[in-house]
Design a protein around this ligand. Structure first.
Ligand code: SF4
Length: 268
């Protein structure tokens, strides 16, 4: 019997040791996850204050307090062609890039289309609120045309506050660049501006449409997901801000996003 009790105590002791080990491992992994979360929050906060400093230093003010209503051409819903999942898409008026081969030159005039009325905008919010709508996409035209930046910023901010589960994609002809002072958008002439709402965008499709690149893509039978020509980038904005370098969606994360420019190897 003593032997039996002694053996039993030994088993119990082993079990306690194993339980301690598991608890210790769990604590380590919780600490790791917490540390990672803090790192993300600190990086985003640093980006915030950098952008604020830029504005205070006299960088172009892209989000005036008083934003005027924009013109737009269309609102599409259950859209599967302009981002992941089913989306509601706002097609704004105004684009200064004038890319050769643009399929929508009628969207270049910022005064074209029709003013976005309160009723029209409420239609956008109504569709975004549908349970099956994954997120919002801003396209055009160019949502970052000077006439649109402020109002699109207001809409981005509203999505983050009132639709926190929805993601945001934005298409622009400007190119995202990293500078010593942070990330800025650049036009073809190298003129740049900062955009405080960048941090709230999930996926940015940047760069001008290139007709010749498009032809080459077709000749090479490249599948170019979500973009008109393969020179445009599909940027993971959150990772870009976190790492401090442009991070594009890669094949190893999801073939649907493959940019084919970072060793993805899927042929896109
Ligand atoms: S950025 Fe888009 S809308 Fe503007 S000219 Fe180029 S292709 Fe057309």
């Amino acid at each position: 019997m003593d032997n039996y009790i002694s053996d039993d105590n030994s088993d119990v002791s082993t079990l306690h040791s194993e339980a301690d080990l598991i608890r210790s491992n769990e604590a380590d992994s919780i600490n790791d996850a917490y540390a990672e979360k803090i790192a993300v929050e600190e990086a985003l906060a640093a980006e915030d204050s950098k952008e604020l400093e830029e504005t205070e230093d006299g960088a172009e003010d892209v989000y005036p307090d008083c934003v005027s209503v924009i013109n737009y051409h269309n609102i599409t819903h259950d859209d599967m062609l302009n981002g992941d999942g089913l989306r509601v898409v706002l097609w704004v008026a105004g684009c200064d890039h004038h890319c050769k081969g643009c399929q929508n030159p009628c969207t270049w005039d910022p005064n074209g289309g029709i003013p976005l009325s309160e009723k029209d905008e409420s239609e956008f919010w109504e569709w975004l609120g549908k349970s099956w709508t994954q997120g919002a996409t801003f396209s055009g035209g160019d949502p970052l045309h000077p006439a649109n930046r402020g109002y699109i910023g207001y809409m981005i901010e509203k999505i983050k506050k009132e639709f926190p589960g929805k993601d945001i994609w934005l298409y622009t002809g400007y190119t995202l660049k990293k500078t010593e002072d942070g990330f800025v958008f650049a036009d073809a002439n190298g003129k740049t501006f900062s955009y405080p709402y960048l941090k709230d965008i999930d996926v940015l499709v940047d760069g001008m449409f290139e007709e010749e690149t498009r032809k080459a893509d077709i000749a090479a039978q490249k599948t170019v997901h979500w973009r008109g020509s393969s020179n445009q980038n599909l940027i993971d904005v959150k990772k870009t801000l976190l790492r401090g370098e442009i991070v594009t969606k890669k094949c190893d994360e999801d073939t649907a996003y493959c940019c084919g420019r970072q060793g993805g190897g899927c042929g896109a």
